[in-house]
Design a protein around this ligand. Sequence first.
Ligand SMILES: O=P(O)(O)OC[C@@H](O)[C@@H](O)c1c[nH]c2ccccc12
Length: 270
Amino acid sequence: MTDTILDKIKAYKLEEVAADKLAKPLAEVEADAKAAPTVRPFSDALHAASREGYGLIAEIKKASPSKGLIREDFDPAALAQAYAEGGATCLSVLTDTPSFQGAKEFLVQARDACDLPVLRKDFMYDTYQVAEARALGADCILIIMASVSDTQALELEACATEWGMDALIEVHDAEELERAGRLTSTMIGINNRNLKTFETSLDVTRSLSKSVPADRIIVSESGLNTPQDLADMALYGARVYLIGESLMRQADVATATRDLLANPLTAGGM
Ligand SMILES: O=P(O)(O)OC[C@@H](O)[C@@H](O)c1c[nH]c2ccccc12
C-alpha cells in the first residue's frame, strides 16, 4: 500500500525528534519547561466563550501541503495581535516546518505578542515533544487519533496534564471518536479534513457530532469560511471552531475575525 501524507509526515517527524533529542537532551528541555511562563487556561477559555457566543481557536498558518503558500506577508506576532483584537479566544500555531512552513519560534513570538492561550499545532508522537511544547510556552497540545496508538495517546495526554497543559483530541471518523472516549480530555476536535487524502467536508462534523458525549466540548476544525458555516455547525452542537486558511487569506485579519464571530447563533436558541 502506498504511504498516505500522514504516514510520510510521521516518518520524518520521528527522525526529527530523534535528532532533536541528540541536539538537546530531555533534561534540558524539561529545565526550560519548568522555567516557562505560567500556563494560560485553554479549555476553560473555550468553555466560557462558547456559553456567551462562539469560541474561536485562530490558527497562524503560513502554508499547507494541500494549498502551498497561504500567506506571503507572514509575521506571527502581528497576526497574534490581530486575532486577539478581532476577538479570538485562543491561538493555534503550526510548528511543523517541512509540510506547513511553520517554526517553533513562531509559537514563542505569537504568545509573547498577546494574552491568548496557545495550542502547539504539530504531529505529536513522543512525550519529548510535549515537554518541548511547554518549554516554548504552549498551553495546549494536539493529539491526532489517526496518527497514534491508544497507548501513545494516553502517554501524550498524561504528559500534557503533568505539565499543566490541556490536550485537544482530534478525530475524523467514528472509530477514532470511540477511541478518544478512553481519554479524559474534554475537548474533541472533529477535523473536517481527512489528513490522509486532504478531502474536506463539513458533513464530518454534521455526522460525528451526535456521537460526542454531552460532557465534552466539540471543536469543529478545518474548511470553515463564513458566518453561515459557523451557524450551520452550531446547529450540530459545535460552538467552537479551529480556523486557519480563510482568515490567513484576509488583508485585515482583525476585521475579518470580528466579522466572522459577529451575530452568533445563541446557545439554547436551537
Ligand atoms: O486552514 P483551515 O482549513 O481553516 O484548517 C485549520 C486547521 O483545522 C488545520 O490546519 C488542521 C487541523 N488538524 C490539523 C493537524 C495537523 C495540521 C493541520 C491541521
